[in-house]
Write a protein that binds this ligand. Structure first.
Ligand code: CO
Length: 211
């Protein structure tokens, strides 16, 4: 059996198992998805949102990219955010990075990864520059990268708060709360590192006054 065929075989067993545990499982999800959470995570195969949070299909709306970058020119991410906030009415947005992130390490390295990846990693280099004083003082590269993971998550959360999508929802519906987390590949534990409750004031430069 080819590796991809194994996936299809395992899928059949999974579906049968789910049905045995809960005969109404698929029927319920067929007619409604009402997740409370939007997850913005790294594409890394070792950080699956549902599995590490003990949640089922239907509970988390997910967007993933290399190094869980949140930038205001990413139409893909902003579409997911818009849909999650304005249609699914999610209550929490979680930006979850992970220690040992290859994207973060690549951004710190001086290697040329060719145009497309360079363009993406540039966003992380910009986070480094914003926190250069602190980061330049860390002699150990692994410790430095892990700290940059935390700061990247923090900047991601702050970038969400700068969008009119979030600001309008905060003003009209007092949701969602924004959370910055970092997952540990070594122990499987998620560490909360930053939080912005609905209605938090940010730099007035980024606040809209006619939402
Ligand atoms: Co990663």
């Amino acid at each position: 059996m080819k590796p991809y065929e194994l996936l299809l075989k395992e899928n059949k067993s999974w579906a049968a198992r789910k049905l045995a545990e809960d005969p109404g499982f698929f029927d319920r999800l067929l007619h409604l998805q009402s997740p409370e959470f939007l997850w913005i995570g790294c594409s890394d195969s070792r950080v699956p949102a549902n599995e590490i949070t003990g949640t089922d299909p239907g509970e988390i709306f997910v967007h993933r990219n290399i190094a869980n970058v949140v930038i205001n020119t990413d139409v893909n991410l902003l579409s997911v955010l818009d849909y999650a906030v304005n249609h699914l009415k999610i209550k929490h947005v979680i930006v979850c990075g992970h220690y040992g992130c290859g994207g973060i390490k690549a951004a710190v390295a001086k290697t040329d990864y060719k145009p497309v990846l360079n363009m993406w990693l540039r966003n992380i280099k910009d986070v480094y520059r914003l926190h250069r004083t602190e980061l330049d003082g860390i002699p150990n590269e692994e410790v430095l990268c892990d700290r940059l993971c935390e700061l990247n998550v923090r900047e991601g959360v702050m970038n969400l708060a700068k969008t009119s999508i979030i600001q309008r929802a905060w003003q009209n519906e007092q949701r969602p709360d924004l959370h910055g987390w970092v997952y540990g590949l070594k122990d499987g534990i998620i560490k909360p590192v930053f939080e912005m409750k609905s209605g938090t004031h940010i730099d007035p430069l980024y606040e809209y006054d006619n939402l």
